[in-house]
Ligand binder design. Structure first.
Ligand code: ZN
Length: 204
């Protein structure tokens, strides 16, 4: 009996040890966010003339406020960020959520790569701020629990391990939208965590 307690402790520690690629909550500090999300923004725009020499100014509220009327065409316009492709500079506002910070950074680095605004809803270069970038959403969203992943895989046709599964937060509540892909096949699910259990509902 004397040996059981220390042995159990060792086993529990081993189970609790995080893996090398463990997900961590997004940083609240803008400098740490920049370090984490700049690689995502650079990966989004291969071949940019500014590649590798972007200069990103953080907490640039004063500069953004002074440029906002000219850039937005409105005296009440507010900018989350702006870019100067000629000097490879980007200015970022303070007070953004981690997701918005990441997506605005991808957008501004897109300007450095020569991209202009468009009007497509959800496009990363949308000019009205209606922007989405899945790699940013994944970076700020915790992965599914092992239980939820097991439940979701049990809904998929065999061989189940060959499906690639990615999940994003849902618009509201604890439900999350997940997409499983294998070749051209796509299955969509809503995954909801209940107390001690997981519900997986196919969307299609
Ligand atoms: Zn823009």
């Amino acid at each position: 009996v004397r040996f059981i307690a220390p042995l159990l402790t060792v086993i529990l520690l081993a189970l609790a040890a995080p893996s090398a690629h463990a997900w961590a909550p997004p940083p609240t500090d803008d400098a740490a966010r920049l370090a984490q999300y700049l690689p995502i923004a650079r990966a989004a725009w291969g071949g940019s003339p500014c590649a590798g020499r972007e200069v990103v100014h953080l907490q640039s509220d004063a500069a953004l406020m002074s440029q906002a009327p000219g850039l937005t065409g409105s005296s009440s316009g507010v900018l989350d960020g702006m870019a100067a492709p000629s000097t490879c500079e980007v200015w970022m506002s303070s007070g953004l959520s981690a997701l918005t910070f990441c997506q605005v950074l991808v957008h501004e680095i897109g300007h450095l790569a020569g991209h202009l605004h468009n009007a497509a809803s959800g496009d990363i270069m949308n000019g009205e701020g209606d922007i989405r970038w899945p790699a940013c959403a994944r970076a700020v969203t915790p992965p599914l629990t092992l239980l939820a992943m097991h439940e979701l895989r049990s809904e998929l046709p065999a061989p189940r391990a060959s499906w690639r599964i990615s999940c994003l937060p849902a618009a509201r509540g604890s439900a999350r939208r997940c997409v499983a892909r294998r070749g051209d096949a796509i299955r969509r699910f809503t995954v909801t965590r209940l107390r001690g259990a997981v519900s997986v509902v196919p969307e299609d």
